[in-house]
Design a protein around this ligand. Structure first.
Ligand SMILES: CC(C)(COP(=O)(O)OP(=O)(O)OC[C@H]1O[C@@H](n2cnc3c(N)ncnc32)[C@H](O)[C@@H]1OP(=O)(O)O)[C@@H](O)C(=O)NCCC(=O)NCCS
Length: 174
């Protein structure tokens, strides 16, 4: 998918992340729960720092997806619940980088890492009901549709229903 696989975002990536979000404002704010609140470079730096703390605490990550060195998007693990051995992942791409399997491959990498390195039992994904592209990624990876969470997330300017997807470790290895 890219030269070295997704790698954790660092402070030096902030300007590139900011530029990609700004250039894809409408594309991302339509479906992401966090992009609308990212306005300034300082917002991006704070977001990256928050995920670096999560990574250090083995409680999640935000990795950049790169193509030929250029930032294409990111793959996120929002948290790792050790008690129940589960986690939630997400992904995003600049519009110019869609349609080539990058999100599917990055999510596949994240899920594999969480099942193997972190020894988790279950991974979740939540997609807005009308986010067909994101739901297709979940299906491509073998996630099962488990239910509907009514108005579960505030997306930019409205509450949006989300479909919850899940996959278990035994389903992944099968
Ligand atoms: C969700 C999002 C990342 C999906 O992007 P995407 O490009 O459709 O997903 P992928 O990168 O996995 O690419 C899949 C497409 O590439 C094609 N493709 C080409 N090579 C492929 C490969 N090796 N593997 C998988 N798909 C491949 C697929 O057929 C599919 O094309 P299609 O849309 O015409 O069916 C993107 O729409 C996005 O960033 N949206 C805004 C943010 C967002 O919604 N995030 C998710 C929140 S839940």
């Amino acid at each position: 998918m890219n030269d070295i696989g997704p790698t954790p975002l660092e402070a030096r990536d902030a300007a590139e992340v900011h530029a990609l979000i700004v250039a894809n404002r409408a594309h991302l704010d339509r479906w992401l729960r966090w992009s609308a609140s990212i306005r300034t470079l300082a917002d991006v730096e704070a977001m990256i720092a928050r995920f670096q703390r999560k990574l250090a605490a083995a409680d999640g990550f935000h990795c950049g997806i790169r193509v030929g060195g250029a930032l294409a998007g990111g793959v996120v693990c929002w948290y790792i619940n050790r008690e129940n051995r589960n986690a939630e992942v997400g992904y995003w791409l600049g519009a110019d980088f869609t349609g080539r399997g990058l999100a599917t491959e990055a999510a596949r990498w994240a899920v594999a890492r969480l099942f193997t390195a972190e020894r988790l039992h279950r991974i979740e994904l939540q997609c807005a009901v009308r986010n067909a592209a994101s739901r297709a990624v979940a299906r491509r990876l073998g996630f099962q549709e488990e239910g509907l969470r009514r108005e579960s997330h505030w997306i930019t300017d409205r509450f949006v229903d989300h479909v919850i997807y899940g996959i278990l470790d035994r389903e992944w290895t099968a």
